[in-house]
Design a protein around this ligand. Structure first.
Ligand SMILES: [Zn+2]
Length: 425
């Protein structure tokens, strides 16, 4: 019976959201930032594709005047983006460490054991669930990209290949599966049908279960001017206040929250069924809500000011590049991350400014950046060509990169860090 009520709630919310805000359905009138037309940021080109056209989609972000959800319209079908996803989580050592310490924290805080059930939505290649499996705690992954899910299964992590939502959750419950710990890292932003997704979480969670989600924090994105982390693959950008509203509408209460340094500043939220009184709401919840209120997150002016800051960054970066080129300097890029593609396409920076970029990932070497078609080489190219400036595209790793590339100082080169503001060091 309870299941029926939740289902009709999701259908109501969905009906409203069909033509406007992804959560509340209000029509979208206010621009958060308009980054123009851009290709999908992970669509690297090979040499034989250079004579073909590329699809470009608007990267126009709105903010809802009712619930303040910052969002992109759904320009690209999620099936197109996610069914053969190239990102394998296990490639990043720091990310694996993060996953391992999360599993230890959850196991001790919530007393998980051999008869508990852990379920991860968007479980990728099993990078996280493998640590629960190693502890003998039953784990199930749900992952829409078949090629990535296959790697998880080979590691011993049972994985269903599908998109998560109400239908998937109902089928699992009917088969006798519900979660003591339900988690999703870096998936909430990528969900096109937000109400169906959160409605599914509500259904799959056991009566006293715990739900945790991690996602980039809008307050950090804005404070750090991280507009280059806006991609077509990220449909929504969340403040704590808005995410709390969305979960409350689905009968879920946030009872704790942590601020993490991952992805330029993320939140880890802890949720439970609203009717589950066994877990009191921690002071962290009211504290973060108050921080956001004080920063203006319940007023439209706070959001609409962001666009001007982004335009100022574009002007400053172009002014630097134009001056450098007029002075006859050479400029190389470092890195070929998705965020670099948003930045370069928005600013219109091609090989007229940046001779090339380099990346340590062998899959990207020999390819070209989407849209700007800047060639990607092995990092040795920097030593061979001795550019005057190195533009660091993955600015979140700038310290590490400047250390690795300290040798460029021998010929007097300088680093250019574009975000949060253009800085030459
Ligand atoms: Zn809304």
């Amino acid at each position: 019976m309870a299941l029926k009520v939740e289902e009709s709630n999701v259908q109501d919310l969905n009906r409203r959201a069909a033509s406007g805000c992804r959560f509340c359905g209000a029509s979208l009138h206010h621009t958060f930032v308009d980054l123009g037309m851009s290709p999908l940021c992970e669509s690297y080109l090979s040499a034989d594709e250079l004579n073909a056209m590329e699809p470009f989609y608007p990267l126009h972000v709105y903010v809802c005047e009712q619930c303040f959800l910052v969002q992109l319209e759904e320009y690209v079908s999620p099936a197109h983006i996610f069914t053969e996803y190239a990102y394998f989580s296990s490639y990043a050592d720091t990310w694996l460490q993060h996953a391992r310490s999360y599993t230890e924290l959850m196991t001790s805080r919530f007393g998980l054991h051999s008869s508990s059930q852990v379920v991860e939505v968007a479980s990728n290649d099993g990078y996280l669930l493998q640590y629960f499996v190693a502890q003998g705690i039953p784990a199930l992954g749900i992952e829409p990209a078949a090629n990535v899910a296959k790697v998880a299964v080979e590691k011993g992590v049972p994985t269903l290949v599908e998109f998560f939502g109400v239908t998937c959750a109902q089928r699992l419950v009917a088969a006798g599966q519900q979660a003591d710990l339900l988690l999703g890292n870096n998936v909430l932003a990528q969900v096109p049908d937000l109400n169906d997704f959160v409605g599914g979480l509500k259904i799959l969670l056991k009566p006293h279960g715990v739900l945790t989600l991690e996602f980039p924090h809008l307050m950090r994105l804005m404070a750090g001017n991280q507009f280059d982390t806006i991609y077509h693959e990220h449909f929504s950008y969340f403040s704590f206040i808005t995410v709390e509203k969305i979960f409350a509408a689905h009968g879920l209460t946030l009872f704790d929250v942590e601020e993490l340094s991952t992805h330029g500043g993320s939140l880890r939220i802890y949720a439970r069924h609203s009717e589950d009184r066994t877990k009191p709401v921690c002071p962290s919840v009211a504290a973060l809500r108050r921080d956001e209120e004080e920063a203006g997150f319940t007023q439209m002016a706070c959001y609409t000011a962001f666009a001007e800051q982004v335009k100022a960054t574009k002007r400053a970066l172009l002014a630097f590049l134009i001056d450098a080129k007029r002075a006859g300097k050479t400029i190389a890029g470092y890195g070929a991350p998705g965020k670099g593609n948003t930045l370069l396409n928005y600013c219109g920076i091609r090989t007229d400014f940046l001779d090339y970029t380099v990346d340590r990932n062998p899959y990207k070497q020999g390819k070209f950046l989407p849209g700007t078609r800047i060639p990607i080489y092995h990092p040795d190219k920097i030593q061979a060509t001795q550019p005057d400036y190195v533009l660091i595209l993955p600015w979140n790793f700038k310290e590490e990169i400047m250390q690795q590339l300290a040798y460029v100082r021998t010929w007097g080169a300088q680093f250019v860090v574009p975000i949060p503001e253009v800085n030459v060091v």
